[in-house]
Design a binder for this molecule. Structure first.
Ligand code: FES
Ligand code: FES
Length: 185
């Protein structure tokens, strides 16, 4: 008997179920863009190198180009299309807009999804590779520019809008309710 090479799956994207038949080799990125018309998530390198395809899986960052669609069943996928609340932009989106956190905009959906996760990771007290004091009693690290650069380092911007991206993430962090340990950019 020949093993099946495709399956009917249901993906839960931005709170909506989408049922489709996919070849088992189809990446989540191609399922989103080519099958479901959700083209907000961008394909840059298609090799896990640039971060343009960053989405959230169960609230954590994931590269959609390295994730098989069939392995995504049962998980909550958030793409840039699901970040705003209707017509009201998320504070991260608003900060990117007001502080010019982009030029061509191609990397921006991935930057925004990544920034959302950075803020959650920081609020949860996760250290980064540049966190100086890792002792539990030291508490969460201040979200300095260096911390933001390190935590966003998986998202490349070919336009080099990095200074404005750092400012936008810092601004969004300051606007989080109850946020502490944030250092102005
Ligand atoms: S397109 Fe996925 S990391 Fe570049
Ligand atoms: S704004 Fe152009 S690649 Fe980042």
């Amino acid at each position: 008997m020949t093993a099946p090479t495709s399956s009917v799956i249901t993906l839960h994207i931005n709170g909506e179920p989408h049922t489709l038949t996919v070849d088992h080799r189809t990446t989540l990125l191609d399922a989103l863009r080519e099958r479901l018309g959700l083209t907000g998530t961008k394909k840059g390198c298609d090799h896990g190198q640039c971060g343009a395809c960053t989405v959230l899986l169960d609230g954590r960052r994931a590269l959609a180009c390295l994730q098989l669609a069939v392995a995504t069943e049962g998980r909550a996928v958030t793409t840039v299309e699901g970040v705003a609340d209707g017509d009201r932009l998320h504070p991260v989106q608003q900060a990117f807009l007001e502080l010019d956190g982009y030029q061509c905009g191609y990397c921006t959906p991935g930057q925004i999804c990544s920034a959302l996760a950075v803020l959650e990771e920081h609020a949860a007290g996760w250290p980064s590779a540049v966190t100086a004091d890792l002792r539990p009693e030291a508490g969460p690290p201040a979200l300095t520019d260096d911390e933001i650069r390190e935590r966003m380092s998986g998202n490349l911007c070919r336009c080099a809008a990095y200074p404005a991206i750092v400012r936008a993430v810092a601004r969004a962090a300051q606007e989080r309710p109850g946020e502490s340990g944030t250092v102005a950019a």
